[in-house]
Design a protein around this ligand. Structure first.
Ligand SMILES: [Zn+2]
Length: 318
C-alpha cells in the first residue's frame, strides 16, 4: 500500500518536475499578426536541422527561438522585450550598434554574437537569454530582481543577426532546452511545453504585403515601404513578403478594381527559404486604370491547402 501511494505521488508530480519553470511570451507583440516565430531550436543532432515538429523552421545548431518583426520600421517603432519568468538578472550587455551581421565589423561581433542582451537566472539551474536588443534600450542591470513580464529593453538589430528579431535561449544547468517540446523526440509532441499559454505553430506565413507602382527592392521591403502612391497611368504591382517556404508552395496574387478582376496569378515556389518575396502585376491599360479603390489578396497554399491569406487596399488616383 505504501508503495502504491508513493507511485501515485510520483506519477502526479512528474510533469511539474519535468517542467519546473513556466514561461510567458518574451516580447510585447501579437504572434501571427505583428510578430512571427521564424526559427525554432534545432532538434537535429546532425548537420541537417529540424524544429520540434520535424519541420524546417530552424537551422543547424540554432540554440533558441527567434521572434521576428516584419520590418525594420516595426523595430524602430519600439517593441518591448519582456522577462519570460521571474528571477535575478545575471548579466547584461548594451552598446552594440543596430547594424546586423552584414554591417557590423566582424571583430566587433566575435564573441558577442548575442549583441545587446540580458541573461536571467530563474533558480534550479534555469536561465533565459535575450539577444539582439536595440542599442541603448537595456533597462535592467546585473543583480536586479525581475518578475514575468518585466520590460528588459527593446527588440533591435545588434550582434549576429540578419533580420529584426528577439532570440530567446532557454537553458537548464547550461544545456539548451527547447521550450516548445523539452524531453521528447516525437515530432510535434508539445505536451511538456514550458509556455504558460500554448503557442500555435505557424509553418509559413506572410510578414507583410502591399501595392506599389513597380516591383520594390527587397531591401526596401525589409525596411518597410511607405504607403503606396499610384496614379491611373502607373503599373500596379502587388507584393508579398513571407517566411518558411517549401518547394511546391504556391503564392497566389489577385487584384480587383472598381469594375472587377484586373489581375490573377499563381507563383509556385521552388525552394526552401527562411524569407522571400514575390510580386505580380501589370501595366496600366490604354487610357489608364479606372480610378478608385483596388483590393489585393495574397493566398499561400501548401499541399493544396490555404495556409495564409491577407488583403490590402489602395486608392488609384488621377
Ligand atoms: Zn536565434
Amino acid at each position: 500500500m505504501k508503495h502504491l501511494i508513493a507511485l501515485a505521488i510520483t506519477a502526479g508530480a512528474s510533469p511539474l518536475l519535468a517542467q519546473d519553470i513556466s514561461l510567458q511570451l518574451p516580447i510585447d507583440c501579437t504572434l501571427g499578426k505583428t510578430c512571427f516565430i521564424q526559427q525554432f531550436t534545432d532538434r537535429d543532432p546532425s548537420d541537417a536541422s529540424a524544429d520540434f515538429t520535424c519541420g524546417s523552421l530552424s537551422y543547424d545548431g540554432h540554440k533558441g527561438t527567434d521572434f521576428a518583426l516584419p520590418t525594420h520600421q516595426d523595430r524602430r517603432a519600439g517593441v518591448a522585450v519582456l522577462a519570460a519568468a521571474g528571477g535575478t538578472v545575471r548579466g547584461v550587455r548594451d552598446g552594440m550598434p543596430d547594424l546586423g551581421l552584414d554591417d557590423t565589423p566582424s571583430e566587433d561581433i566575435e564573441g558577442r554574437d548575442c549583441g545587446n542582451g540580458v541573461v536571467i537566472d530563474h533558480g534550479n539551474g534555469w536561465e533565459t537569454q535575450y539577444c539582439h536588443m536595440a542599442l541603448g534600450t537595456v533597462s535592467v542591470k546585473t543583480g536586479d530582481t525581475v518578475t514575468a513580464g518585466t520590460p528588459l529593453g527593446q527588440v533591435g538589430f545588434s550582434g549576429r543577426t540578419q533580420f529584426p528579431h528577439l532570440h530567446l535561449s532557454v537553458r537548464q544547468n547550461g544545456e539548451v532546452v527547447d521550450p516548445f517540446a523539452p524531453d521528447t523526440t516525437t515530432c510535434g509532441d508539445s505536451s511538456l511545453s514550458l509556455w504558460a499559454e500554448p503557442i500555435s505553430y505557424q509553418p509559413t506565413a506572410l510578414y507583410t504585403l502591399g501595392f506599389s507602382d513597380a516591383v520594390p527592392a527587397y531591401d526596401a521591403i525589409k525596411e518597410g515601404l511607405p504607403e503606396p502612391d499610384i496614379a491611373r497611368t502607373d503599373p500596379v504591382v502587388l507584393w508579398g513578403y513571407a517566411f518558411g517556404s517549401q518547394p511546391g508552395d504556391v503564392m497566389a496574387f489577385s487584384i480587383t478594381g472598381p469594375y472587377g478582376e484586373v489581375f490573377d496569378q499563381e507563383v509556385t515556389l521552388d525552394k526552401q527559404q527562411a524569407q522571400y518575396f514575390r510580386a505580380g502585376g501589370r501595366k496600366a491599360p490604354n487610357g489608364g486604370w479606372p480610378t478608385g479603390r483596388y483590393t489585393g489578396q495574397i493566398t499561400l497554399f501548401r499541399d493544396g491547402k490555404v495556409i495564409d491569406k491577407r488583403v490590402t487596399q489602395v486608392e488609384i488616383h488621377r
